[in-house]
Design a protein around this ligand. Structure first.
Ligand code: ISE
Length: 335
């Protein structure tokens, strides 16, 4: 059977997913889209046969032929859409952050636990990136010895107009929170944030860049430079420093040209380009699992753990201190 998907939110990410499901992914079709902006929803659905266009997420989920939901609306709209999907028993792929704050994620997790089965996969797409997968394998194989530190760089060319200082953590560093847990198999136990002076290219009031430090349950220290108005492009790097060597990813865009006395490689301008392959693999894996009746990938629990780390990060931004992360026991549904 072809999986009919309702895509909720047709902004940059949602429209990219509509295109992806329509033209890249096998075994699925876009059955309906919803966006508050009807024109934008219509534009995303243009040319897709039988695709309903709605402003209300619930109406899109109730449309004929919908078997699953992909949520790509803004973070604050995720909770209501997730609960609506639960009420209909529909599997969901939800873009990160699952909800902007841990209180919302906890409500979602409690609702899913009441159902007694997993329905949610969180869109932490770095888990599907070929370079991140190679790094994780390298660490797991153990030839470099135990990891001691991760040095992470997370740079965006320009932040969107609605970006706030908190969002540097909740919307951007949330990726490093998940990637750290996934790469190391350890929990993040404390967060600190150092704030240098801001670039004059950031909108007024935005504290950009920042240096975020994680401590993990296994004694690893992770530093994350988050810089969302670096100007030159989109860059995500990670170097693992281990006992017997280092391993790093994100160093070059692939093709290198040499001409006129210079060697050069391109730098992608945003995440839809840098992580295009990861998004393709993530959505295909979700579709395949859903068609088999399974739920795989990052769970609501992973979304909750990342949200707690980000909450500690925001408190560390405000206080300038070291904030411990209070992670409760993992419920058996997510074992
Ligand atoms: C955005 O929402 C993403 O998920 C990107 O991967 C990240 O680099 C960016 O900073 C976020 O705003």
């Amino acid at each position: 059977m072809t999986l009919g998907i309702a895509v909720i939110g047709t902004g940059r990410m949602g429209a990219d997913h509509v295109r992806r499901i329509d033209s890249v992914i096998g075994g699925a079709r876009v059955a309906a889209v919803a966006d508050l902006d009807l024109e934008r929803a219509g534009a995303a659905a243009a040319g897709i046969e039988g695709c309903g266009v709605h402003t209300d997420p619930a109406a899109a989920m109730a449309a004929p032929g919908v078997d699953a939901v992909l949520i790509a609306s803004s973070g604050p709209a995720h909770e209501a859409a997730l609960l609506e999907a639960f009420a209909r028993g529909l599997p969901v792929l939800c873009e990160k952050p699952l909800t902007p704050d841990p209180a919302g994620t906890l409500r979602v997790m409690e609702a899913e636990r009441r159902l007694g089965r997993r329905l949610v996969t969180v869109g932490f797409m770095r888990r599907y990136d070929a370079e991140y997968q190679r790094l994780r394998l390298t660490l797991d194989q153990g030839e470099l010895g135990r990891p001691l530190m991760l040095h992470c760089r997370h740079r965006n060319a320009k932040s969107p107009s609605f970006f706030t200082t908190e969002m540097l953590i909740r919307d951007s560093v949330v990726h490093e929170a998940d990637a750290t847990r996934w790469l190391l198999g350890q929990e993040i136990t404390a967060v600190q944030v150092l704030r240098p002076r801001s670039t004059s290219y950031a909108p007024q009031g935005l504290g950009d860049p920042q240096l975020v430090l994680f401590e993990t349950s296994g004694g690893v220290v992770v530093d994350v430079e988050i810089f969302v108005n670096c100007g030159f492009g989109y860059e995500v790097r990670c170097e693992a420093v281990c006992e017997r060597g280092t391993a790093s990813i994100g160093e070059s865009g692939g093709l290198v040209t040499r001409a006129a006395g210079r060697a050069a490689h391109g730098i992608p301008q945003d995440f839809t380009i840098r992580f295009a392959g990861a998004y393709d693999r993530e959505v295909q894996a979700w579709v395949d699992a859903t068609r088999r009746g399974c739920v795989e990938g990052a769970s609501t629990w992973d979304g909750y753990a990342a949200a707690l780390v980000c909450e500690a990060g925001v408190r560390a931004q405000e206080s300038g201190g070291r904030i411990e992360v209070e992670l409760p026991e993992r419920p058996s549904l997510y074992a």
